[in-house]
Design a protein around this ligand. Structure first.
Ligand SMILES: [Zn+2]
Ligand SMILES: [Zn+2]
Length: 275
């Protein structure tokens, strides 16, 4: 029998934000794939964002469409209406079945610009030069302060912990082994531990070809394990093919790092599942 963690996909985007498929299309594929739980996590309305979040009108549509699907699949597959809530969002995440807390922006202290850190490389370069005096590590410190602020709100899942590294392959913009980087990341890990957050091991960047390592990096996952931290495997799916993409590799890596179990999100909340 398949491991339960292969049967629950709860970081999933639809066409109503920046995904490619409708909620219905995703549900059909999830059902064919044999999932037990499909959790939608549309990007929460965030006032200054014009690229990827749901408008208020779309949020209503999202909730209505997911509610219909939940009824249609009742007794066959659990459908959850979640939210990927951004630190700068004006939506209320407690109104959803669960929520993934994420930091997607760094605020430039000089220009006042909000830099979207699902970076285009040029944006990261501009952020470092125009707002942080050419100091890439200072950007990462600002980012991890935001992650700690998200953790303090006690999300169901803390999203893509080290998203800041997305276009930093080869340590192009900052050194991920630098003491300053690690101190900032560990500060945010401590905030996550203090607030009993479950971290997602997010396969999205690997499956979409941006990185060779998952969020979070092995080094941080090792620290997290030593802190007694809990993890859930997610794919940050933006299309139906990706619902459980990379789950087996993530599980293998977690086993290698010494994890014995992961958390699986379902209708009743989290259940631990042996790896
Ligand atoms: Zn995100
Ligand atoms: Zn996402």
């Amino acid at each position: 029998m398949a491991k339960e963690y292969l049967l629950s996909s709860v970081h999933v985007h639809t066409k109503l934000c920046d995904g490619k498929n409708t909620p219905e299309e995703l549900a059909v594929i999830a059902w064919k794939q044999g999932l037990r739980t499909l959790g939608f996590s549309g990007h929460s309305h965030t006032p200054h964002d014009i690229e990827y979040c749901m408008t208020n009108a779309r949020t209503q549509l999202y909730r209505a469409q997911v509610a219909k699907l939940r009824e249609r699949y009742a007794g066959k597959m659990d459908i959850l209406c979640g939210l990927e809530w951004d630190l700068l969002s004006d939506d209320d995440p407690s109104a959803y079945d669960y929520w993934i807390g994420s930091a997607h922006y760094v605020h430039g202290p000089k220009t006042g610009r909000y830099y979207e850190i699902d970076w285009r490389e040029a944006d990261l370069a501009a952020c470092i030069q125009d707002d942080f005096d050419g100091d890439g590590l200072a950007v990462t410190e600002a980012y991890y302060a935001n992650v700690a602020a998200v953790a303090a709100k006690k999300p169901t899942i803390l999203g893509h912990f080290d998203l800041i590294k997305r276009v930093n392959g080869g340590n192009r913009f900052f050194d991920e082994n630098d003491d300053r980087y690690l101190a900032a990341a560990r500060g945010a890990l401590q905030a996550a531990a203090d607030n009993h957050c479950v971290l997602e091991v997010n396969t999205g960047a690997v499956c979409r070809g941006f990185r060779q390592d998952f969020y979070p990096s092995p080094l941080l996952l090792r620290d997290w394990l030593a802190m007694g931290g809990e993890v859930v495997i997610t794919s940050d799916a933006h299309d139906a093919k990706a619902l459980t993409a990379g789950f087996e590799q993530a599980a293998a890596q977690l086993r290698e790092l010494g994890y014995t179990h992961v958390q699986v999100l379902g209708r009743e909340g989290f259940t631990p599942c042996e790896l």
